[in-house]
Design a protein around this ligand. Sequence first.
Ligand code: OGA
Ligand code: NI
Length: 395
Amino acid sequence: MAVACASMTSHAIVTQANVPLEWPEPIQRVQLLAESGVSELPAQYVRPECERAVGSEDLEELQIPLIDISGLDDEKQRKMVLAEIGHACEECGFFQVINHGIPVSLLRKTILVARQFFDLPLEEKQAYANNPLTYEGYGSRLGIEKGAILDWGDYFFFHILPTSIRDPSKWPTKPTFWRETMDEYSQHLAKLGYKMLDAISTTLEVSPDAFQESFGDHINLAFRVNFYPPCPQPDLTLGLAAHSDPGGLTILLQDEHVSGLQVRRHGKWVPVKPTPGGLIVNLGDQIQIMSNGIYKSVEHRAVVNRDQDRVSIAAFFSPSNEKEVGPMKELVSASRPARYTPMTFKEYRSFIRRSGTQGKHVVDSVTSNANIKTRRQCSSLSRAPSLSLSLQQQS
Ligand code: OGA
Ligand code: NI
């Protein structure tokens, strides 16, 4: 479908083909900048005060739930674990799971291999430099807005499932164990992801097929390996700005030793303490849409620190590209009309790929009732374009 696009800066949704192949500015690798020993943050990384990571609340009672999911496979305990998961989805949208069946040694090895990639000489990493059309490979920014404020972090993004969309040229040959480790980890993780999706759909009391149906023929699984170098002025910037994940479900493996993830709970930014061997599960925008707003995706961000780098690996489970995602029929009723306008995941994602992180603005702007539409207060985000408006402009 050819869609007219008045100008590349006009935020209109465009087809993949209309996304430029090049970034709007030369890419600066944050790791290189950090290693060069800069003592002052370059202006592009300085965030407005309202977005900075000061004043986060380290309150125990706001910690995200910790759930032992070993009981999911046990007939007697399953009900209780499901109740915990349902409660966590409703209350928080984020939880940490332990006893998930993935060996801790494999989690550690995966983080190690991820770090080893970033330890490679720059030229070797540059061979995998990504572009805004596919995002696959070695990247240092989200969004293609010229002059945007940038995150203090580099990443490596690649597809895992379905295997037909894997691009072997985007699977590094170095470090030596990258391929086999990522492959092994992803096989375990895919199983865990399906198990969590099954559990979450059960807690919504929809038919077991409803979720599967909403995701389309196959679930997409992609990894983003994040690398946050030490930062000379961590209070002025963010490793990853506030966002909700655009996909369905995310499972995050984070460095056991260096914290950085913060979740927005009851209006406060809460640092998530890494639990050794634990994995973080969070709901993305597509589950908010499918569940007709019963479950919500939750804003989160990554902060950086002065002394230590930090590695995390986010695994995104998303609907098939062409699948039109809307609220599940079972969850729409006279008293709870459909709150979201259906659209394909590809359309949804391309908007985010162009405009970068937007807090929760994107999912809030696809509500079918314009009155529900909200905007972030912070001045830098109040200019954020609206996805539903963009869709209207297209037609
Ligand atoms: C992400 C993400 C958080 C982190 O990659 O989407 O939210 O702690 N990462 O790296
Ligand atoms: Ni995220």
